[in-house]
Ligand binder design. Structure first.
Ligand code: 4GY
Length: 243
């Protein structure tokens, strides 16, 4: 996969060089191309914004540099062009998985009061939001998209992870994790986890996941139960919880 990122703040993408994402990009498992929108401004001062028609506070990003930058990275419209904005459809794990299957994505980032609406009309395929809050630019949202999508690219995570991701409990909240020591500040690791009984461990973890999801995210549990009832291979959470 290749991701082109169009931004007026290219220095915000420095963290992509570190950690798991940094390693994956080094290995060439995916490519992220950061493009400075300012480089495409035909204005003599490389301006990328102007006052809003109709008045009001702040500045609006002008269409020319954005349109030309998009045209430059995706001349034959092969990429999915995404604009990050609180007006967009909410990004969830399902959307992340869908994006991870694409060959090319262009992430378009606004700042100030946003971009000229005609760029959205002409050049954007999809608007996505990472949540109901307002950032100073789309760039942190783009970083979230990149990070979440990269986890689905083969080789980015440990090899046994990808199968886990597809397993039936992935739409539930994660069960609690423990590591050594067995006893810490008077708190012990649950006995079953050191029993060596893998079936019992799997059962305990699923049950913990269901309990936690019921308490904190009943909306997710509802979704999970609907899926398990329409599919045939697994029981619903009330049955699982009793065991
Ligand atoms: N929330 N999800 C978000 C955001 C900043 C003004 C348009 C979000 O995705 N992006 O808050 N973006 C705004 C700032 C221009 C983008």
């Amino acid at each position: 996969m290749k991701i082109d990122v169009l931004t007026i703040f290219p220095e915000m993408y420095l963290p992509l060089s570190s950690g798991i994402i940094g390693k994956a990009l080094e290995k060439g498992l995916a490519e992220v191309n950061i493009v400075n929108i300012r480089d495409y401004s035909s204005n003599k001062h490389k301006k990328t914004d102007d006052y809003p028609f109709g008045g009001g506070a702040g500045m609006v990003m002008t269409p020319q540099p954005l349109h030309d930058a998009i045209q430059a990275v995706d001349p034959s419209r092969k990429a999915l062009r995404i604009y990050l904005s609180p007006k967009g459809a909410r990004l969830d794990q399902e959307a992340v998985e869908r994006l991870s299957k694409l060959d090319r994505i262009v992430l378009v980032n606004g700042a100030y009061e946003g971009i000229d609406e005609r760029v959205i009309e002409l050049d954007i395929d999809e608007e996505l939001s990472i949540g109901d809050y307002v950032l100073t630019s789309g760039d942190l949202a783009s970083m979230v998209v990149i990070d979440a999508v990269m986890r689905y690219i083969p080789g980015v995570l440990g090899s046994d992870r990808s199968t886990e991701e597809e397993s039936f409990s992935s739409e539930l909240l994660e069960y609690p994790q423990y590591t050594r020591p067995m006893s810490f500040m008077g708190l012990d690791v649950p006995e079953v986890l050191v029993s060596g009984n893998h079936a019992e461990i799997a059962k305990w973890r699923l049950n913990e996941s269901i309990k936690l999801t019921a308490e904190r995210r009943p909306d997710l549990l509802e979704k999970y139960n609907n899926k398990s009832n329409s599919g045939s291979c697994r029981e619903d959470s009330s049955a699982a919880r009793k065991k």
